[in-house]
Design a protein around this ligand. Structure first.
Ligand SMILES: [Zn+2]
Length: 84
């Protein structure tokens, strides 16, 4: 089941929206919900939005990565923003 996250903080950088979220994992036996808060980047494209997990610390996506997301290429990056 998909629970909507609670958004604790929002900031914008270079046209990308960054949301700090408390996340419900949806496991019925979980006693630690909500999890986080974790930062997510929300990148808008023409017809949809792509949400990318950032982590506990806010690190802005590189311009290259934002461009790749906008044209629909999902490239795998590590936490430092380097291509795997
Ligand atoms: Zn949980």
């Amino acid at each position: 089941m998909n629970h909507p996250p609670t958004i604790a903080q929002v900031t914008n950088h270079d046209g990308v929206r960054y949301e700090r979220r408390w996340v419900q994992c949806g496991k019925s036996a979980c006693t630690r919900c909500p999890h986080g808060p974790y930062w997510y980047a929300v990148v808008a494209t023409l017809d949809r939005r792509t949400t990318v997990y950032v982590g506990r610390r806010l690190v802005y996506l590189t311009e290259e990565r934002v461009r790749a997301i906008r044209i629909g290429h999902q490239i795998d990056y590590d936490q430092e923003g380097r291509r795997r």
